[in-house]
Write a protein that binds this ligand. Structure first.
Ligand code: RNT
Ligand code: ZN
Length: 408
């Protein structure tokens, strides 16, 4: 018996005493997909142009060595990262990572992703997709789907429509639904007079994009809200309230909540149950805002833990909340950053699964709030790391020494 197995036995016994079945935890942990974003590896410049400059108010700050200079380097770095992440993974692509040479956004379609489908098939993973409504001269005005310029708006509507077809192909070919996530940068830097007009145009654009029915088993669309961006500090067309109302009134797409897209004291965890009780599904972008939407690498912090707790405790949350990541930090090794954020996200999920939730819910229902408080607190020092080590061993992925393996 390996050291990890011996340790796991001890942990299993201790958790069992609290009513937690660690074998079940390991099973759920392995089967719950985490959709890893493809863009921490290269600071979101994409594979069309390795010197592309980020726009849309996004910024990957830092100058660590190792940014890929070719498609081959990019693919090799991505594979090295994926090899160090335990559990079921999906890969979330952006349109600018398509297989071909540079294309106009209104040309990118399902036929430009054969290489990625083969890659996903070989690895046994699913794909998610993101239209790229930025890094393009057609977005220079700061507006895309809510632009007052009809030709600009139609251009991006076409990109949105084609993106859903890419998603449908991913879903069809790989046998699991693709989530196509629409995020647009649109907004004004300064005090805005008419806040309704861009939103009315955005409603119309989304209605056009989602007009064609696509089977849910292949493609699910999500719309991602934001509070502000660099250059859109005063007004963002696609705000949280806007998309929440859109989703509820149309029922043709789901909300995407990015942990960095709210006021600094606002919590995504606190929002989840309100979507779940209305029967909604949610796409998540696990990220770490530090003072602003900085897209730091996720760590096992209070907010990430709270998000995972809400998923585990919520009504069928593990099935209805789609966990994805979104961060880009160029100040540390990009492969290690990718791996750290993904492992932290899964470790936070494990900690939530290891909570003695049945006992806690019962205590609460019985009005024993003292027991709820004491047990919640005491369970924090349970031997979760032993369960994690077992998980890594089962998944044939290094444990806490993975950085040595990466550098070795
Ligand atoms: C931007 C959004 C969006 C992007 C990706 C690259 O603020 O978070 O999800 O990060 O599409
Ligand atoms: Zn995001």
């Amino acid at each position: 018996m390996s050291k990890a197995e011996q340790n796991y036995r001890i942990a299993k016994e201790q958790y069992a005493a609290l009513g937690v079945d660690t074998d079940r935890v390991l099973r759920i942990l392995r089967e719950t997909p985490i959709s890893l974003h493809c863009w921490q590896i290269d600071d979101l410049t994409g594979l069309e142009d390795f010197d592309a400059v980020l726009s849309g108010g996004l910024a990957a700050t830092g100058n660590a060595p190792g940014k890929p200079r070719s498609r081959e380097e990019y693919m090799s770095n991505l594979s090295r990262a994926l090899d160090l992440i335990p559990g079921k993974t999906k890969l979330a692509l952006h349109a600018i990572y398509h297989d071909g040479p540079k294309l106009s956004r209104c040309e990118i379609g399902p036929e430009h992703f054969d290489g990625w489908i083969a890659f996903a098939r070989e690895r046994g993973i699913g794909l998610d997709y993101n239209p790229t409504y930025f890094n393009d001269p057609m977005a220079d005005s700061g507006f895309t789907l809510s632009s007052a310029d009809e030709s600009v708006r139609q251009f991006w509507i076409e990109h949105g429509k084609r993106s859903r077809l890419v998603g449908e192909r991913f879903g069809r070919e790989l046998g699991q639904p693709c989530i196509t996530n629409h995020w647009i940068p649109d907004g004004y830097k300064d005090c805005t007079m008419d806040k309704c007009a861009p939103r009315e145009r955005l409603i119309d654009s989304l209605d056009q994009i989602f007009a064609q029915p696509i089977a849910k088993e292949y493609n699910i669309d999500s719309v991602e809200s934001k509070l502000f961006g660099i250059g859109s500090e005063a007004y963002v067309t696609g705000s949280h309230e806007f998309y929440t109302n859109y989703v509820m009134s149309r029922q043709n797409c789901i909300i995407c909540l990015d942990a960095g897209h709210f006021h600094p004291t606002e919590s995504v965890a606190a929002k989840l149950s309100s979507y779940l009780v209305f029967g909604q599904e949610v796409m998540l972008h696990v990220s770490r805002p530090v003072r602003w939407d900085s897209d730091h690498v996720p760590i096992v912090d209070d907010e990430t833990r709270a998000i995972m707790q809400e998923i585990v405790r919520g009504r069928d949350g593990l099935r209805r909340v789609h966990i994805g990541t979104d961060y880009f930090d160029a100040s540390v090794d990009r492969i290690a950053a990718t791996v750290t954020g993904a492992r932290a996200t899964r470790r936070a999920l494990m900690l939530a699964l290891l909570e003695p939730s049945e006992t806690l819910i019962r205590a609460e229902a019985e009005g024993d709030l003292t027991r709820r408080l004491v047990l919640m607190e005491e369970s924090k020092s349970m031997p979760a790391s032993l369960v994690w080590d077992m998980f890594c061993e089962m998944e044939d992925v290094p444990g806490g020494d993975w950085l040595e393996r990466l550098r070795g």
